[in-house]
Design a protein around this ligand. Structure first.
Ligand SMILES: C[S@@+](CC[C@H](N)C(=O)[O-])C[C@H]1O[C@@H](n2cnc3c(N)ncnc32)[C@H](O)[C@@H]1O
Ligand SMILES: [Zn+2]
Length: 280
């Protein structure tokens, strides 16, 4: 049985919330909402869009490639280690990586926690294509986790929300009794040296404190500040900017022209908080 087939134990219809079953090369619910399984191995669980504005489409290929290079160079290894340390050593059952991108964090956790199986949910189709091949115990689903997570109530033992959006009430709903959610949020001075010169989106202060109290009846189990100073080439600094939401507002060539005027290596602060919360 493939890991995606196994994941039907926790998938639910994004349109009506009923359990999904495998059907006709995809998935369907008793009300006959049908969803396709892509050739590349992920399941597309997008409900008809009801909200205002465009539906979330997630990161582009260029953003994913920038993040892959930045993570591949080791700059997020400390963050990944802190995330792993926040996942209980005896964790078993299902892990859900919300806005999990290419599954970089989920794969590392599955390697270290053999009794966990995982599912990445992300709005970006190119991201879930990659995530579907990332680990043999990792399923991939394209979904908008902001409007509703297509997972059943109390079905998830470990949830991750790493540099990604997610509704606190939905996270609470999917967590099983005793379940843990690990959240990574940037601190106000994360990449401040780049922010100053380049008019980047500002990281609001106090985000970690907000998250710490946001999940109904969850208790804070651990809180780690992961800070470092890294020396970046111009290309690496560009990747740091263009792997995140700034990519939607900035032009890489224009920012590159500004950075060429700075003296390399560019010293940049990385500062995030890793929180683990547990529900009763
Ligand atoms: C900054 S990236 C972080 C990815 C991954 N957690 C990591 O750190 O490697 C944010 C991710 O959230 C996804 N995303 C943005 N809005 C989303 C939404 N409404 N629903 C699901 N995923 C979303 C993006 O496609 C992207 O993969
Ligand atoms: Zn349905």
């Amino acid at each position: 049985m493939s890991i995606l087939d196994a994941a039907f134990d926790l998938l639910q219809c994004p349109s009506c919330g009923a359990p999904l079953v495998a059907a006709d090369g995809g998935a369907s619910c008793p009300s006959r909402h049908h969803f396709d399984r892509a050739r590349q191995g992920y399941l597309g669980l997008r409900a008809a869009h009801k909200g205002k504005g465009a539906p979330a489409s997630g990161d582009t290929v260029e953003m994913l490639e920038a993040r892959e290079r930045f993570q591949g160079a080791g700059f997020h290894d400390d963050i990944r280690a802190a995330v792993l340390a926040a996942v209980p050593a005896d964790a078993r059952g299902w892990l859900a990586d919300l806005g999990g991108g290419t599954g970089w964090y989920a794969s590392a956790i599955l390697d270290a926690r053999p009794d966990l199986r995982g599912v990445v949910l992300d709005a970006s189709v190119p991201a879930v294509r990659t995530a579907a091949r990332a680990h043999e115990r990792l399923a991939a689903v394209s979904a908008d986790v902001w409007t509703g997570i297509p997972l059943r109530d109390a079905s998830v033992n470990v949830a991750l929300r790493i540099f990604a959006p997610g509704s606190a009430s939905e996270v609470r709903r999917i967590l099983a009794p005793g379940g843990t959610v690990v959240v990574v949020v940037p601190d106000a001075d994360h990449m401040r040296e780049l922010g100053h010169g380049l008019k980047l989106l500002k990281v609001p202060a106090g985000k970690a404190d907000e998250v710490a109290v946001s999940i109904p009846d969850a208790a804070l189990v651990s809180r780690a500040e992961v800070r470092s100073r890294v020396a970046l080439t111009v290309e690496q600094a560009l990747d740091a900017v263009f792997m995140g939401p700034n990519a939607f507002h900035q032009d890489r060539a224009k920012v590159g022209a500004v950075l060429e005027g700075w003296s390399a290596p560019i010293s940049v602060t990385l500062a995030v908080t890793v929180l683990a919360l547990r529900v009763p």
